[in-house]
Design a binder for this molecule. Structure first.
Ligand SMILES: Nc1ncnc2c1ncn2[C@@H]1O[C@H](COP(=O)(O)OP(=O)(O)OP(=O)(O)O)[C@@H](O)[C@H]1O
Ligand SMILES: [Mg+2]
Length: 451
C-alpha cells in the first residue's frame, strides 16, 4: 500500500488551521503549527511532503520562511496562503519556488485540488530522484579488456560514435560485452552526466512494457494507484539502453518507432505530450536482419536503430584476449574477496585459451574464474583443476583413423595427467614416452614449460 503523505499547515489563526485539517485529514496526515518557529521544528521532526504557509505570521515573514524551508529541503512543495491577493508578493513567492499562491477565504474543492496536484508533483520528483540515485549506484565504470585487432576496432568505433546522437545497434552473442560497450559509448559522449537507463525488453511482460517506457497517470488502469514516471522520461538528455530489443512484441515496436521518430509520447491515461531528448542504444544477441526477413521485427525500426552498427565478436574469434581476461578476472576476484591474487599455470592458461570455445563468452569466463578461485586453495590454478571442464570426452567415432588415434591419445594422456596431478615428467614416465613427446602430442611442438 502507498504511504499517506504528510501536510503541514503553518498559520496563526486557529480557525484556518482547523478548517484545513477538516478538509484534508481524510486523505493526508495533517500537522499543525501556529508560529513560524514551531513550523520549522515540526518540519525538522517529520517527513513533510507539502506545506500550507501563511504569508503573515506573528514571529516571521512568510516569504523568508519559504526561503528557509526550501533551503532545508528543496523538494518540499509549499503553497502560500494569504488574506489578500497581492500580485507582487505572489510573484516573489513563485520565484522562490512556491508551488502556488491561494487567498482566503477559500473554496473546499479548490483546496483539495491544489493540494492533490502539489502532492502528485512531489511524489513524481521523489520517484525520479530515487531512480536517479539508483542509476548512479549501478554504474560501475568498468574497463573493457582487449588488445586484439577485433577489440581495437571496437574501441575506435566507440570513440567515433560517442559524440553523435544517432541510434546504435549492438549485436553479438550472449556474454560478449554488449552492455559494457553501450555504457562506454554513453560515458565517452556528451551525455555522460545524464542517466544511462536500462530497459530490459525481455524481462518485462508485454502488458507492463508500455507503462515501463512511457509511465502512467494515477488510475490509468486497474492497479495504477499512483502515477509512475516512465523510463524514457528518466532517460531525458541521457541514453536509453534497449537490451534484448528483438524480444519486443510487434505492437511495442510500432510505439517505440514513433518515440524515436517524434521524440515525444504520452503517459498512459494522459493526453499531455511529453517531449524527450534521448539517445537510443539497442542490443540483441540475435541477428536482427534475419528477424526482419522473417517478419518478426519491423524493418523500419531496424533501420532506425541501426544507424551505427556495432558487432561484438565472440571470444573464440579473439583468443589472444583470453589470457588478458583471465588475469583481469583473477585480479577483480582478489579485490572483491580480499584474498591473495591467484595465477593460472602456463598450461592451464594454454588450455583455456586454445582448447575451449567459450560458448558463454566473457560472462562464462568470469564465472569460471570466480568458481576456480573459490575452490582451488593453491595460489596457482593448474591443469588438473580445470580438467573436469576442458577435456570432456570427445566422440571419436566416425573420425579418420589418424585423427581418432590422436584424439584418443590426448584423452588418454589427460587421464594420466589427472592421476599425476598435472606432473608431466611423471606422466611421461608412466606412459613410457619422452616428456617432449607428451608435450607435442598434447599441445603441438612450441608449447612452453609448465609454470
Ligand atoms: N572485454 C571485456 N572486458 C572486461 N569485462 C568484460 C568484457 N566483456 C564482457 N565483460 C564482462 O562480462 C560480463 C558480461 O558482459 P555484458 O553484460 O556486457 O554482456 P552482454 O553481451 O550484454 O550479454 P547478454 O547478451 O547475455 O546480455 C559483464 O560482467 C562484463 O563486465
Ligand atoms: Mg546484456
Amino acid at each position: 500500500m502507498d504511504e499517506i503523505e504528510t501536510v503541514l499547515v503553518i498559520d496563526d489563526e486557529n480557525g484556518v488551521r482547523e478548517s484545513f485539517k477538516m478538509v484534508l485529514k481524510s486523505q493526508y496526515n495533517v500537522l499543525l503549527a501556529e508560529t513560524g518557529q514551531k513550523g520549522i521544528e515540526v518540519f525538522k521532526d517529520n517527513a513533510v511532503d507539502l506545506i500550507l504557509l501563511d504569508i503573515l505570521l506573528p514571529d516571521m515573514n512568510g516569504i523568508d520562511l519559504l526561503e528557509r524551508l526550501k533551503g532545508m529541503e528543496p523538494n518540499v512543495e509549499i503553497i502560500m496562503v494569504s488574506a489578500v491577493k497581492e500580485i507582487p508578493m505572489a510573484v516573489k513567492a513563485m520565484k522562490l519556488g512556491a508551488y502556488d499562491y491561494i487567498t482566503k477565504p477559500f473554496v473546499v474543492e479548490d483546496i483539495k485540488n491544489v493540494v492533490s496536484r502539489a502532492i502528485e508533483k512531489h511524489s513524481l520528483i521523489k520517484e525520479v530522484t530515487y531512480l536517479k540515485d539508483e542509476l548512479l549506484r549501478y554504474h560501475p565504470s568498468k574497463k573493457i579488456i582487449g588488445e586484439t585487432k577485433e577489440m581495437k576496432d571496437i574501441f575506435e568505433l566507440i570513440n567515433n560514435i560517442a559524440d553523435s546522437d544517432g541510434s546504435v545497434l549492438i549485436q553479438g552473442e550472449s556474454g560478449t560485452g554488449k552492455e559494457l560497450v553501450a555504457r562506454a559509448i554513453h560515458s565517452q559522449g556528451p551525455r555522460r552526466d545524464k542517466p544511462f537507463v536500462v530497459i530490459n525488453c525481455a524481462a518485462i511482460p508485454e502488458t507492463l512494457m508500455e507503462s515501463e517506457l512511457f509511465g502512467h497517470t494515477k488510475g490509468a488502469f486497474t492497479g495504477a494507484s499512483r502515477s509512475k514516471v516512465g523510463k524514457l522520461e528518466i532517460a531525458d538528455r541521457g541514453v536509453a539502453f534497449l537490451d534484448d530489443v528483438d524480444t519486443l512484441d510487434i505492437n511495442m515496436q510500432a510505439k517505440l518507432l514513433r518515440v524515436i521518430q517524434e521524440k515525444e509520447f504520452e503517459r498512459l491515461g494522459s493526453t499531455k505530450i511529453i517531449r524527450v531528448d534521448v539517445r537510443f542504444i539497442a542490443a540483441s544477441n540475435k541477428n536482427l536482419k534475419k528477424l526482419v526477413q522473417k517478419e518478426h521485427f519491423r524493418e523500419d525500426l531496424y533501420y532506425r536503430l541501426n544507424v551505427f552498427p556495432v558487432d561484438v565478436p565472440p571470444l573464440r574469434k579473439r583468443k589472444e584476449d583470453i589470457p588478458l581476461l583471465l588475469d583481469y578476472c583473477l585480479k577483480l576476484q582478489s579485490q572483491k574477496t580480499g584474498k591473495p591474487l591467484k595465477q593460472f599455470s602456463k598450461n592451464a592458461m594454454y588450455i583455456l585459451t586454445n582448447q575451449y570455445d567459450w560458448p558463454g563468452n566473457v560472462r562464462e569466463l568470469q564465472n569460471l574464474v570466480e568458481r576456480l578461485s573459490t575452490i582451488v586453495k593453491d595460489p596457482i590454478i593448474r591443469v588438473e583443476d580445470i580438467s573436469f571442464f576442458s577435456h570432456g570426452k570427445q566422440d571419436i567415432v566416425d573420425l579418420p583413423l589418424k585423427e581418432a588415434v590422436s584424439a584418443f591419445e590426448k584423452q588418454y594422456i589427460h587421464e594420466v595427467l589427472k592421476k599425476t596431478h598435472g606432473n608431466r615428467t611423471r606422466a611421461a614416465r608412466l606412459l613410457g614416452v619422452h616428456r617432449n613427446t607428451l608435450q607435442n602430442k598434447l599441445y603441438g611442438p612450441s608449447q612452453p614449460e609448465q609454470a
